[in-house]
Write a protein that binds this ligand. Sequence first.
Ligand code: BG6
Ligand code: MG
Length: 221
Amino acid sequence: MTKKAFIFDLDGVIVDTAKYHFLAWKKLANSIGVDFTEHQNEQLKGVSRVKSLEKILAWGNKDVTEDEFMELMAIKNDDYLGYIKKMDQSEILPDVLKILDFLGEKQQHIALGSASKNARMILEKVNILDKFEVIVDGNDVSKAKPNPEVFLTAARMLNCEPLNCIVFEDSLAGIKAANIASMVSIGIGDKETLKEADFVFKDFTEISTEFLNEIIKKNKH
Ligand code: BG6
Ligand code: MG
């Protein structure tokens, strides 16, 4: 049987850092007089730091210089890192460890495919860095999701055909990226938001080992 590659997004899939990104972006947006709603936040999920700030400035009709832009990005990241520093293993989302261990026992490839430049630090904080055979993060790619670069890079590093890759994602941008890459896309979160995914589960507690065994055995056509 061909070995499959399971590629995990980080924020909102492995750990609930999506809430920290939201808090940090909201504080930053409000500080420059821009409103920021949960609905807008949804559109930033999976999107790089640069692109996120560009969107916020566009929503608020704000023009800034290059220096101001860099400063705003730094302020947001410092604020975000304040939350990250306090993280520990208890912030790993329910059943993520169980699924990682199951896939490991089944000798499947396990990779990370995240837009975050803070990915390695977060994996270290929650003590699961060693569970990943390959890590592709925001430092390794230049094209943001929905561009599939991040997932295709992971597949290439694992020497695995995209058709044999399965992506876990909480963002629509990430699901689109997985679909464009011809990988199996599994949405983690809201069924309506992620309806473009091949499968959607509220969280990992809904994913059974029978389902994973099927995915391991099945070929995507
Ligand atoms: C993604 C998040 O995983 O990483 C986005 O969903 C975030 O919200 C992006 O903007 C970049 O993260 P970072 O940690 O490099 O600012
Ligand atoms: Mg995410």
